[in-house]
Design a protein around this ligand. Structure first.
Ligand SMILES: [Mg+2]
Length: 286
């Protein structure tokens, strides 16, 4: 693209925060939606940002759903049809292994359909626990899935103890549901860890890998990429790990009080009540 960023963003409100960036990496739960409903103002803001030529990638630690399913949910909430994409921690796990294994290497896939799909798209062969007897694996990916079984968790532990590469998509201890908090992937990883001295490599937030994958897709420089998120301990810590600026929004899990007590690695660049802060003058967090 030959146009400069100034050319692209001319219709954004004067002095708006997002005008200083070419790409936005946006968290979902607590930022774009809360449960089934959109956060007020979030969808309109994102549509305006994309219409002005700012790149947009949604980055989620939730490994269970394939990206197309997440995208469909976003379109239902009113996010315009194109100009953005979704990356998941399953994809960052698959990318991590694809850099280290030969194409076609067999990898145990534990979790929802998003885990196996991401492995296949990265050129690896997902192996189910029922196929392990016939297909020895070179690595394994453990992500969240509502149908994960005791046998799968046990196999991850056996293989980890034998030295097979163990990748966890994320370590979120719980996830919000309509009925209240439920065990997240971190809780299931913790269950396996009671049986082995090994620890998994983690590719989701607060690590840098998921945001690095998102920035690769945006094709933007580090200095002109902004992360938006509602959790200081995952989104903002991940942005700092990836050395990206961040906007902390108060529409989700963390509060201003959390910000006041946050350690250095969890401190954002900017703070706003919600995503509409992208179109307002920047408010520095310190
Ligand atoms: Mg969130």
């Amino acid at each position: 693209m030959s146009a400069t960023s100034e050319d692209l963003h001319t219709d954004l409100p004067t002095g708006s925060l997002v005008a200083d960036y070419d790409g936005v990496i946006c968290d979902l739960d607590g930022v774009v939606y809360r449960g089934p409903a959109a956060v007020p103002g979030a969808v309109d803001t994102l549509n305006e940002v994309v219409a002005e030529g700012v790149g947009l990638v949604f980055a989620t630690n939730n490994a269970s759903r394939p990206p197309e399913e997440v995208a469909e949910h976003l379109r239902e909430l009113g996010v315009d049809g194109s100009g953005w994409s979704v990356v998941t921690s399953s994809q960052s796990a698959a990318a991590y292994l694809a850099q280290r294994l030969q194409p076609g290497a067999p990898v145990l896939a534990v979790g929802g359909p998003g885990v196996a799909q991401a492995l296949a798209e990265a050129g690896l062969v997902p192996v189910r626990v029922s196929e392990l007897a016939d297909t020895p694996v070179e690595a394994m990916v453990q992500g969240l899935g509502v149908d994960v079984t005791w046998r799968e968790l046990a196999e991850v532990g056996y293989l980890a103890q034998r030295g097979v590469t163990w990748v966890a998509t994320n370590l979120d201890l719980f996830l919000p549901t309509a009925h209240g908090p439920a065990p997240g992937n971190g809780a299931l990883v913790a269950a396996v860890r009671t049986t082995t001295t090994r620890t998994p490599h983690v590719t989701g937030k607060p690590g840098a890998a998921l945001f690095e994958l998102a920035r690769t897709r945006l094709g933007t420089s580090r200095a002109r990429t902004l992360v938006c998120g509602d959790r200081l301990d995952t989104d903002i810590a991940g942005a700092n790990a990836a050395r990206l600026d961040s906007l902390f929004v108060l529409s989700g899990a963390s509060s201003l009080q959390d910000l006041a007590f946050a350690a250095g690695h969890e401190r954002p660049t900017y703070v706003a009540s919600d995503l509409t802060g992208l179109l307002a003058p920047a408010v520095n967090s310190s």
